[in-house]
Design a protein around this ligand. Structure first.
Ligand SMILES: Nc1nc2c(c(=O)[nH]1)N[C@H]1C(S)=C(S)[C@@H](COP(=O)(O)OP(=O)(O)OC[C@H]3O[C@@H](n4cnc5c(=O)[nH]c(N)nc54)[C@H](O)[C@@H]3O)O[C@H]1N2
Ligand SMILES: Nc1nc2c(c(=O)[nH]1)N[C@H]1C(S)=C(S)[C@@H](COP(=O)(O)OP(=O)(O)OC[C@H]3O[C@@H](n4cnc5c(=O)[nH]c(N)nc54)[C@H](O)[C@@H]3O)O[C@H]1N2
Ligand code: SF4
Ligand SMILES: [Mo]
Length: 742
């Protein structure tokens, strides 16, 4: 028996823990946290361990599937890809590019192929009907940072390891393991913070595990963070505690005074009754933030996907800026990813609404239209109507509001192709499913999350298993789709897409060096120097070598390259966050745009406190929650993860008495969008007036082939989430939904 040990970044969530994987006879024997991993130091969660079960899941597809007469049958790649080509080409010819929609799911961000090859695929189809999980997730943060710092990818992360005060609005990193913040082992990191005399304060309508570990927890009424954040800014001005320090040079004084005016009527006194907290609690929070030597204010799903998501995300940045904590040690900082060359972000500034959705006229944001409005674009006849759908690593029927409506609209499509491992709620609607080779059979580098890490870090893990002769890597599938979109056909060589990327990048490098003559190297010579296999490895090698830590093709011999990363299988620690705001900010004038016009308008629209209903008799507010053993919708097929994982409606004891609900009873939850039922769990973990139901459930739909998940289906909360979107970021409001419970 041959036994080997492989080191690998867990690709399931943003923490990116280092795993130590023991392999015997071409099978995973054991997975555990890698004690010597520079970032996670042995930490991992049950999902990481379950990668073995995922790899071996009998329901995971290993060959393409074609649906005929309502049933799926196995097919070979040639047949499946030819069918995709025939249909997508036919539909585009007849109805134009926008008739084919693309929806990208969350796991794209966790694969190298998703990070590098989605773009050529999307470009090839030239469709304005481009959607992703971002508009049910982090788009508000991207838009806010886009307007502030000039680029939606310039997202500051908390310098959690060096801060004194960590303020968390609407996030539960003890369970989610952190988002827009790669920081494995949050419990350990927070313990270190507390041991060095620091504090964590959590603002959340639920007493989550993060809230429980905090030094202070404030219950807040869902959807009202915007008022509390305005009031905090107000206190900073009122008490003369606006001290941006060295950031002053990047700020416009007119912006600062306009901001002061805009928050003038949002005092702790006016905000407190709306938020369900006391005036003193808001004032004290503002004072603590201002007085802390080093403070990081952070917000996630509970601020992004509740009412006013973009305003909240912007206000959080504003607080970090006004207190001088942005780009400061122990505050928040811009990570520096090893594969993103310093000058590669054009200083063009940020804009949205370059095109609009056809039916509701919602703006494009970062090239995307709101996923919450996909159904109406499918249903409504006319020019640009969606007639075909390509999904890649996504489960929109579960992830997106108004699920029943979307499911019905998808059933009416002319054609659908899904790149996915499972026949689930969404892919059951596909005509063709193209499954990538297993996760452990492709190379991994965190294209997105190295740019969101609380320490600069880089790791590349080569495939552990060779993929089968009949399998395709996800990048190959995306490249095939790109070639189909470009009109080159299903049988064209996917490697050409990779070669074209490498060649284009090389041309860019040479032109940045003043052209072939000055650089003294041709494009072919440069690409001839690359190591790694044809495909993502070569692309990565090139990016690493010209990146901020790169070897610059020999000019900086100690620098990074693919070979360097291969020689350090646990990854390379590149040090704590640096201060580089002068280069990170990508607005054309080099400044931080503290109070962009869109926010001036949005603040004016926010109205005055007395415009808002704060009276009694307000409806119950529905929020979501995550569980350590879930990963959105798709890991419930793993027996070890699905067991202790309840899809219940949490109800506060006071509300339960008022509504006459008993623990374990089935309750009916009604919103403007629909009705669902779930068992009641009475708990004071949710504040009075709030009920909580997790998302990612509802695995009892006809035609699915996920046996374990189907045995414990739960209910899909998005069936009762209305399709409302935040106008600034086209992002759905998933939390704070008005409901009645009986
Ligand atoms: N175990 C596990 N981990 C995951 C995932 C998973 O499904 N399971 N999903 C991954 C993904 S895709 C993401 S995006 C991240 C998300 O990571 P997080 O944002 O950290 O996770 P959530 O549990 O959604 O936390 C949102 C919190 O906001 C609170 N909240 C709801 N409404 C409001 C409000 O109006 N105001 C405030 N202040 N709080 C509110 C909720 O009670 C909840 O505690 O997690 C990732 N990690
Ligand atoms: N009500 C409510 N709704 C929510 C949320 C919420 O908090 N509340 N959270 C939202 C958030 S943050 C997110 S990110 C979305 C998630 O929304 P989605 O990304 O659309 O859904 P997932 O459940 O993550 O499904 C991922 C799919 O990708 C497949 N898959 C996994 N790995 C791979 C891979 O490597 N390659 C390919 N091709 N396929 C793969 C899985 O089989 C699964 O079908 O849900 C959103 N929806
Ligand atoms: S915390 Fe996230 S990255 Fe770490 S083992 Fe669990 S799922 Fe994987
Ligand atoms: Mo997400």
């Amino acid at each position: 028996m041959t036994q080997t040990t492989a080191y690998r970044t867990c690709p399931l969530c943003e923490a990116g823990c280092g795993l130590e994987i023991t392999v015997s006879d071409n099978r995973v024997e054991k997975i555990r946290g890698d004690q010597q991993h520079p970032m996670s130091k042995g930490f991992c969660c049950p999902k990481g361990i379950a990668l073995k079960d995922l790899h071996e899941d009998p329901d995971r597809l290993t060959s393409p599937m074609i649906r005929e007469n309502g049933r799926f049958r196995k097919a070979d790649w040639d047949e499946a890809l030819a069918l995709v080509e025939e249909n997508l080409t036919r539909i585009r010819r007849a109805h134009g590019n926008d008739s084919v929609a693309i929806y990208l799911g969350n796991p794209n961000t966790h694969t190298m192929a998703g990070g590098l090859f989605v773009r050529p695929m999307a470009k090839a189809f030239q469709t304005k009907n481009f959607y992703s999980a971002s508009t049910v997730d982090q788009m508000p943060k991207m838009a806010a940072c886009g307007w502030l710092y000039g680029h939606p990818g310039r997202i500051p992360v908390p310098d959690i390891d060096r801060t004194d005060l960590f303020v968390v609005f609407g996030a539960n990193p003890y369970v989610s393991n952190g988002s827009l913040m790669t920081a494995p082992d949050m419990p350990g990191r927070v313990r270190n913070l507390q041991n060095r005399g620091g504090k964590m304060i959590v603002i959340d309508p639920a007493r989550t595990r993060t809230a429980e570990a905090a030094d202070q927890h404030l219950f807040i009424r869902p959807g009202t963070d915007v008022y509390m954040l305005c009031a905090i800014v107000n206190v900073l001005f009122d008490r003369n505690m606006v001290k941006p320090g060295r950031l002053s040079g990047f700020l416009d004084t007119e912006d600062i005074s306009a901001l002061k005016d805009a928050v003038s009527h949002w005092t702790p006194k006016t905000a407190a009754p709306l938020c369900g907290v006391t005036e003193d609690e808001i004032t004290n929070l503002a004072l603590e933030i201002a007085q802390a030597d080093k403070c990081a204010v952070y917000g996630r799903m509970g601020t992004c996907t509740a009412a006013f998501g973009t305003l909240c995300s912007w206000l959080i940045e504003v607080i970090n800026i006004l207190t001088g904590n942005l780009d400061a040690k122990g505050g928040t900082g811009f990570p520096k990813a090893a594969h993103i060359p310093d000058g590669s972000i054009a200083k063009k500034g940020f804009a949205t609404g370059r095109w609009r959705s056809r039916v509701s006229n919602a703006p494009e944001v970062c090239g995307e239209l709101p996923a919450a409005l996909m159904a109406e674009e499918m249903e409504t006849p006319g020019d640009r109507q969606i007639r075909a759908l390509v999904t890649v690593a996504g489960n929109p029927v579960v992830a997106v509001p108004e699920s029943d409506r979307l499911d019905a609209a998808m059933a009416g499509l002319d054609f659908m192709v899904s790149v996915d491992y499972y026949i689930n709620e969404s892919t059951r609607r596909a005509n063709v499913i193209l499954p990538p080779a297993a996760i452990l059979s492709h190379g991994h580098y965190d294209v997105f999350f190295h740019g969101l890490s609380v320490r600069n870090f880089a790791a590349y893990c080569p495939p552990i298993f060779e993929k089968g002769a009949e399998e395709k890597d996800k990048w190959e599938i995306l490249a095939h789709l790109a070639l189909i979109g470009q009109g080159q056909g299903a049988s064209a060589d996917p490697g050409e897409v990779a070669d074209a990327m490498v060649s284009q990048l090389a041309a860019g490098v040479i032109s940045a060096m003043g052209g072939e003559q000055t650089a003294g190297v041709s494009r072919d010579a440069l690409t001839g120097m690359l190591s790694g296999s044809r495909g993502p490895e070569q692309v990565l090698d090139l990016l690493l070598r010209i990146g901020p830590y790169g070897d610059n093709f020999g000019l900086n011999p100690d620098g990074l390259s693919l070979d360097k990363l291969l020689a350090s299988p646990r990854g390379v620690d590149l040090g704590p966050l640096e201060s580089w705001v002068d280069r990170a900010v990508s607005n054309p004038d080099g400044k931080i745009h503290l109070f962009a016009n869109v926010f001036q308008q949005a603040m004016a629209d926010l109205g005055k406190p007395d415009d808002t209903d704060s009276g009694p008799g307000r409806p119950l507010r529905l929020i979501g929650r995550r569980h350590l053993r879930t990963n959105n919708s798709w890991m419930h097929n793993i027996p070890a993860l699905s067991a202790k994982n309840p899809c219940t409606l949490q109800v506060n004891p006071e509300d339960a008495v008022r509504l006459g609900l008993k623990d374990g009873q089935t309750a009916q939850i009604t919103s403007d969008a629909g009705i669902v039922s779930a068992p009641v769990e009475i708990t004071d973990r949710v504040m009075e007036g709030v009920v909580s139901l997790p998302h990612g459930w509802g695995h009892d739909m006809e035609g699915m082939q996920m046996q374990v998940a189907g045995a414990n289906p739960g209910v899909n909360t998005n069936r009762i989430v209305p399709g409302a979107v935040d106008p600034l970021s086209a992002t759905a409001v998933l939390n704070g939904i008005a409901v009645t419970v009986s």
